[in-house]
Unconditional design. Structure first.
Lengths: 220, 220
DNA sequence: GTCTATAACCAGATAGAC
DNA sequence: GTCTATCTGGTTATAGAC
């Protein structure tokens, strides 16, 4: 009981710093957040922050990395369960909406800090990109599962995923004008179904039926 | 010839400052742009900048205001011409895409500086809002015209306009990851048509036909 | 690992000659 | 309206005791 806390003190401080930094940076942006602000917010002196992260840029990279792993850990598997397309779509949209609602900081970090690319370090740029790529991959796989594409039409899956993510980003942007703006899954649902149908993807699983279109196997 | 330039020098300097400031702020964000950067970029001393705008915040407001008026002047009238819904929709989407392509700075200013609301002045916040409100109003009126709503279903027009703008914002965000990302009007077109149809808006003008107004279910 | 103290610098903003 | 020179305060970052 005497050494466990001692051993933990470092990591607990580290986390506290990341908490404050993440909160501030997601709200005010990278450039507008100063080390002394973070120091005041977390109660640790500036030098401790530098001891842990080395530089302001280092904090930024660490904040992003933690946000990314947290978000990815919270995302459900890309294999969306459900008996038919519409059921899986609803599940998927519900998941997106929830992730969006529960991790607003992560999204805003990605948005706000993405702007910084101009003069950010290579490490920071790489971390931002990794974050985004992970999201894109998850969305693509999920959409693929929802529409039972099974990797058959990568372009379609890509388009649907991109469309979903753009709507989500757009909503995140809208949110800082009207903070109560929610991800409107209703319109998005209609749009995704229409887009899929437009590309010839069967959106209604024929109960006993095979799937039309050149050789492909039943989805479900 | 001796006094005309003299008279203009002030406004020309003012414009030069706004050019540099707008460019820098849209690329790097408000907080990351310093007065001395602007001074270096436009070749005028800091004090001239302060003489013209009084404060950094003043520059920001002026930049935004100019971007807004420029964008609004470039936007075509909200009365979209065209014989049928799809024709008008294509016109509308083309206009959005072009405005988007030709005024990337304006959009990015709106996006990047929108984040600053946390600690921006009241004047700045008001200007950001005015900018956005103007865009929303234009989109709503245009959509209304495209689908011949004539003010009949404000909620539907609102939803379609919001959806369009969110897609556009999302694309602007995507753009700073892949600078060549274009506004994909194809998917957006499909989505808007589906959304309109989903709300019972006739998307195919009956040649001789009047418009069925209240409970309507044309579909196709 | 945490603290106090401080170096070196750059930010926003102003004074006043011209 | 434009310039040089400058003030004040906050910024990133480090030194060194504990």
């Amino acid at each position: 009981m005497t050494q466990a806390p001692a051993q933990d003190r470092g990591t607990r401080s580290r986390d506290a710093i990341l908490d404050s930094a993440g909160e501030l940076m997601s709200r005010r942006g990278y450039a507008a957040t100063s080390i002394s602000m973070i120091s005041t917010a977390c109660g640790l002196p500036v030098s401790s922050i530098y001891w842990h992260f080395g530089s302001k840029d280092g904090i930024y990279v660490a904040v992003l990395e933690r946000a990314r792993t947290a978000l990815l850990a919270a995302l459900p598997p890309a294999e969306v369960p459900g008996g038919c397309v519409e059921e899986r779509l609803d599940t998927f949209l519900g998941e997106v909406e929830e992730a969006f609602r529960r991790h607003p900081r992560g999204v805003k970090l990605l948005l706000g800090l993405g702007m910084v690319q101009q003069d950010a370090s290579a490490a920071a740029v790489a971390e931002v990109r990794r974050y985004r790529d992970a999201l894109v991959a998850w969305a693509r796989d999920s959409v693929s599962s929802v529409f039972a594409l099974e990797g058959r039409c990568p372009e379609v899956a890509d388009e649907l995923a991109r469309f979903t993510l753009r709507t989500a980003s757009g909503t995140a942007v809208a949110r800082w004008f009207e903070p109560d703006a929610a991800l409107e899954t209703g319109p998005l649902r209609v749009a995704l179904l229409a887009l899929a149908a437009h590309h010839g993807v069967p959106v209604r699983d024929a109960p006993g039926g095979g799937v039309r279109s050149p050789g492909l196997t039943p989805g479900e």
